[in-house]
Ligand binder design. Structure first.
Ligand code: EPZ
Length: 423
């Protein structure tokens, strides 16, 4: 089990290339199973979650080739025959649950393990299952597995997501594009990952109306063809590095390979910190402010403030000049990073689904424990501005969603090393 050893404080100076998006790639990989011919996806990051999903897809008999060097993934569904996603793999990565929509949509049959909970509490999939039932599928649960069956063509209907859900929208679109007469999703997610999936399914031959709105109407078609797709760049990685660049007063960073249009309302909120931000076609230049303005945020569905950036934002606010608060309305208890940032000297206090922060406190190096993907990167951001030596433990969480993190940070001046930790 590796750890990061970080010496701080260090300003970040130079340019950082943004990798392909994990959360945009996973739905596209599931959609490839719906085609009658191979699909090729470029700009795919070398991440543990991608490797896991490759294996989930291989279990079905699909041929999966991943050219890691060039980030090119080819999925050939010609020999897909085993309609199951096993617990051993699904428990490693929740989004494997997209196999339910893909297999049910293509073959009218699927056996997929329930994903189980995660580091910050129960993450139910009731909307996925209820939506498929509304569509006309027969859904039963047996020994931790979802058993799904559907006729050649399901009647369809209308299903309202409450709350709006990225995963449920993805799964219901995958299940309906080949198999539902007409199915309407109300309060559908509008995250860029969902929009990209729908656009690419239409290019494969699907019939989807209302893409990018909260109402999606899908009319089933007979067949879909494989296509070539460029995966989006990672908007959460982009936001993470924008925050990292603002946290040390001498930092001056340019982010490249950015999909600026996918950032929603984040740049506007970010500019309130006082950071100097210049956005061009696919690059963002950040010059840190002398002092960071305290800016309170409340997470929302897209294009609102993303819950996947709340830990990083709260950590930055420990370096702001004054009080602020961060409320998470998507996940009520996604604050496992707080006691760790407090160990580094941050002044933070959680009350229900809000963390109250008082800055600026000079952080001091310490050993801290990662608990999940976004919590762990916030500890790296804190350790890079903390005085002295920090150990960030259990960084396997980071490897799920940040490609070449220590290389990218070292290239812009951070003092960060990956060290294998004795068992
Ligand atoms: C996606 O998760 C992302 N994961 C998450 O990013 C992200 O935090 C989340 O969307 C919200 O933006 C991927 O894209 C792989 P949801 P997902 O269904 O689809 C409730 C990361 O760090 N809900 O939109 O699982 C749910 O509990 C990950 O990269 C139900 O109640 O999230 C939550 O409160 C972490 N019933 C809310 O909806 C359901 O059936 C939004 O969840 C489904 C969801």
């Amino acid at each position: 089990m590796d750890k990061f050893v970080i010496e701080g404080p260090t300003p970040l100076q130079g340019s950082i290339p943004i990798s392909g998006s994990k959360n945009a790639a996973l739905p596209l990989m599931a959609a490839a199973l719906l085609g009658d011919s191979p699909t090729t996806i470029t700009n795919i990051p070398k991440l543990r979650d991608i490797y896991t999903f490759n294996n989930v897809i291989r279990v079905t008999g699909c041929k999966v080739d991943f050219d890691e060097e060039d980030g090119i993934l080819t999925i050939d569904p010609k020999h897909l025959s085993h309609l199951e996603a096993p617990y051993e793999l699904v428990r490693k990565m929740r989004a494997s649950f997209y196999m339910l929509g893909a297999l049910l949509g293509k073959f009218g049959k699927a056996k997929v393990s329930l994903p189980g909970g995660c580091a910050w509490g129960p993450r139910p999939v009731d909307l996925h299952l209820d939506g498929m039932r509304e569509m006309g599928a027969d859904i039963t649960l047996d020994q931790g597995y979802v058993i799904a069956e559907a006729p050649e063509q399901m009647e369809g209907g209308t299903f309202t997501l409450e709350p709006s859900s990225v995963g449920a929208t993805v799964n219901l679109v995958l299940a309906s594009v080949l198999r539902a007469k007409e199915f309407t999703i109300k309060n559908a997610a509008r995250e860029p990952d969902v929009v990209l999936l729908c656009k690419k399914l239409v290019e494969m031959g699907a019939n989807i109306e209302g893409i990018g709105t909260q109402t999606l109407t899908i009319r089933g078609v007979d067949t879909l063809e494989g296509i070539a797709i460029r995966n989006a760049s990672d908007r959460i990685e982009t936001g993470t590095f924008m925050i990292a660049a603002a946290m040390h007063p001498q930092s001056n960073v340019t982010l490249t390979n950015v999909d600026v249009d996918d950032l929603g309302g984040f740049p506007e909120t970010f500019s309130k910190t006082g950071a100097d931000m210049t956005i061009n076609k696919d690059t963002i230049h950040i010059k840190a402010p002398e002092t960071i303005n305290p800016v309170s945020v409340k997470t929302e569905v897209y294009p609102g403030f993303p819950t996947d950036l709340q830990a990083q934002w709260s950590t930055m606010m420990t370096q702001a000049n004054g009080k602020s608060s961060v409320t998470d309305t998507i996940y009520y208890d996604r604050f496992s990073y707080v006691p760790e940032v407090v160990r580094l000297g941050g002044d933070m206090d959680v009350e229900e689904n809000t963390v109250h922060i008082e800055g600026k406190n000079q952080l001091k190096g310490a050993s801290v424990m990662s608990t999940d993907l976004r919590a762990s990167v916030s500890l790296v951001l804190a350790a890079m501005v903390a005085e002295g030596h920090s150990d960030v433990l259990r960084i396997y969480h980071l490897d799920r969603g940040y490609e070449d993190l220590e290389e990218k940070l070292t290239n812009v001046g951070a003092n960060i090393k990956r060290v294998a930790q004795e068992k």
